[in-house]
Design a protein around this ligand. Structure first.
Ligand code: PTJ
Length: 243
């Protein structure tokens, strides 16, 4: 029997929640596969927040707090795993919350918006348009939301859209346990940490950061260092795996 305080217990509860959300159509089959990839990388990094991820989370808070128009983009996996954490981060950062999907259907958009509202988020809804320079359904977003944002937080984003957002001149903050993914390498700032650990840390930092610390964190942002350090942590754990 695994004790409730053990990270493995949490991951079993999380899997059950995702499976329930998949049955309702909130999470797609591709979303379940993406979660499995995330679990594997989380295992490699030791199911904990590393020091460099902690710096990345504080820098994300600084970017959100100093943005003119910050937006948190939410997909099916993020809503299923962390609707209430998104709501708390919205309150701490003042960011707009917009549902933006890879496998887009109107029904899924509405289901996910409903889930977020139930968790206390104030969801930006209304007319979507094909505004991002992409050829598929991922081009859809709202003119007053992601399209006009200067800073976008994209938990679990796909590489094409991340690249498109960066190409539009936005500061893109990704949460992605895979430091080798195209999203991780394209984003302005990548938090290599598990979503439900990362979001509360960003929220906490939004309340605690001084203006000067925020300025210093943004000035010293080095995404290449953050990715290299995550790979170093994983490699180190692997090389001692059988000790
Ligand atoms: O709900 P939709 O239709 O918008 O689809 C969402 C998914 C996640 C299916 C879609 O965006 C997708 O396919 O994403 P990717 O390209 O598979 O990227 C997801 C990334 O998130 C992968 O690199 C995973 O390792 C990582 N990941 C998965 N679960 C977590 C995670 N990172 C942090 N925390 C997690 N819990």
């Amino acid at each position: 029997m695994i004790p409730p305080s053990h990270p493995r217990y949490r991951s079993l509860i999380t899997r059950e929640r995702l499976a329930r959300c998949a049955q309702k159509g909130i999470v797609t089959p591709e979303g379940l596969a993406a979660h499995g990839r995330g679990e594997a990388f989380d295992y490699l990094i030791g199911e904990r927040t590393t020091d460099s991820a902690c710096i990345a989370e504080r820098t994300a808070a600084a970017l959100l707090k100093s943005a003119r128009h910050p937006v948190i983009s939410v997909n099916g996996n993020t809503a299923a795993l962390a609707a209430s954490e998104i709501s708390s981060l919205q309150k701490a950062s003042g960011a707009l919350v917009e549902v933006n999907l890879f496998h887009r259907t109107e029904k899924r958009v509405q289901q996910i918006e409903h889930l977020l509202c139930e968790a206390g988020a104030d969801v930006f809804s209304g007319e979507s348009e094909r505004l991002l320079p992409l050829h598929h359904d991922r081009a859809w977003c709202r003119r007053g939301g992601i399209f006009s944002a200067d800073v976008v937080l994209v938990p679990l984003e796909d590489g094409d859209r991340c690249e498109a957002l960066v190409g539009m001149g936005k500061t893109v903050v990704a949460i992605d346990l895979n430091p080798l993914s195209r999203t991780a390498r394209t984003a302005s700032l990548t938090i290599v940490d598990e979503l439900t650990r990362a979001l509360p840390q960003i929220t906490h930092a939004c309340y605690g950061l001084s203006k000067n610390e925020g300025i210093d964190l943004i000035a010293s942002l080095d995404n290449h260092y953050l990715l290299t350090d995550a790979i170093r942590e994983m490699t180190m754990r692997l090389s001692h795996a059988l000790d």
